[in-house]
Design a protein around this ligand. Structure first.
Ligand code: TXA
Ligand code: MG
Length: 295
């Protein structure tokens, strides 16, 4: 299914057998919980309890939209979705086709991103087809995803909001609505949570962080991903995330660029970091994971 962030691999969130098929198709470890997609704000009450006031403010400000919130789950949510934890991740997506689908279904949809485990997230129906086509009965084509990176994930400690994964909604926007700073646990690796795997979002081609200047004398066949800078070399060897230097456009192009460059048979892909502010931080976090070198 298309969403405004990335494509999701969806199944009936209330049916454990359907959920098992998601883990099988993605080859995803069972200790990594799934997001439940709902079509109405009042469904929170069905699937979550002890919902803090700060969560209601965020739902009012950003739903439908790319923010996912973690709550204590009700017994309607099967344990396989939450990987044995007592919590559930809820999100109300903002994509017209998906909203229409959710409204016709008598159940919510559990969905992780529709990529094989650790590979690049898909932002078009073609990406899904290339990666998982043979394993799926249907792909709902909703065009290119508007944001191009995953939702921001927030949990709560009482009324205090905690950032678990940087994403399409900037941290500053959330702090503005709550009129309070977020606790940043995006780097906390002791709990099972969003983005806990260091290597993630990776192309098959080896990928490193760096700049053209650092690799100028390297004799390998190198593909470059830059933020906005156009390099003095053939166009097929480079990809600008946004020639205007617009970070939102860069997010929109990020996974598309990684998919494209991954098909061009480079020895290595060198990617440049963006300014570490706003959505740039969320992009950089994905670039760091795509370029993580196994020790
Ligand atoms: O934009 C998105 O969020 C996309 C679209 C399809 O909605 N979905 C997505 O799903 O990115 P996925 O599975 O690739 O990433 C969801 C993250 C995982 O890292 C998972 O660990 C975390 O959400 N998560 C899910 N349930 C959780 C829970 N109960 N507690 C903590 N983290 C949770
Ligand atoms: Mg994912």
């Amino acid at each position: 299914m298309p969403t405004e962030t990335v494509y999701g691999l969806a199944a009936n969130a209330l049916d454990p057998d359907a959920i098992e098929k998601i883990f099988a198709a993605k080859e995803r470890p069972k200790d990594n919980p799934l997001i439940v997609h709902i079509s109405r704000t009042d469904s929170i009450e069905k699937y979550a309890h002890s919902v803090p006031e700060s969560a209601r403010k965020l739902a009012k400000a950003f739903w439908p939209g790319p923010i996912t919130m973690i709550f204590e789950k009700t017994s309607l949510i099967p344990d396989v979705i939450s990987a044995g934890q007592t919590t559930v991740a809820l999100r109300m997506p903002n994509h017209p086709l998906l909203q229409a689908l959710l409204e016709t279904l008598p159940f919510p949809l559990a969905a992780p991103s529709a990529n094989p485990f650790m590979y690049i997230s898909p932002v078009s129906a073609d990406h899904v087809f290339e990666q998982l086509g043979g394993r799926l009965p249907y792909i709902l084509d909703g065009g290119r995803c508007e944001y191009g990176i995953e939702s921001t994930i927030v949990s709560f400690e009482g009324e205090q909001a905690v950032l678990l994964r940087a994403g399409a909604i900037e941290r500053d926007m959330i702090e503005l609505i709550l009129d309070a700073p977020l606790i940043d646990k995006t780097k906390n690796t002791t709990i099972k949570r969003a983005g806990m795997y260091h290597k993630h979002y990776s192309p098959h081609t080896p990928c490193v962080l760096g700049t053209y200047e650092e690799f100028r004398d390297d004799t390998r066949n190198i593909g470059y991903i830059t933020f906005s800078r156009i390099l003095d070399m053939p166009t097929e060897q480079q990809y600008q995330l946004s020639t205007k230097g617009d970070m939102r456009e860069a997010a929109y192009n990020l996974y598309h660029a990684l998919h494209k460059m991954d098909t061009r048979e480079f020895d290595v892909i060198v990617a440049e970091l963006l300014p570490d502010t706003g959505i740039g931080s969320a992009i950089n976090e994905r670039l760091r994971k795509a370029t993580h070198q196994e020790k």
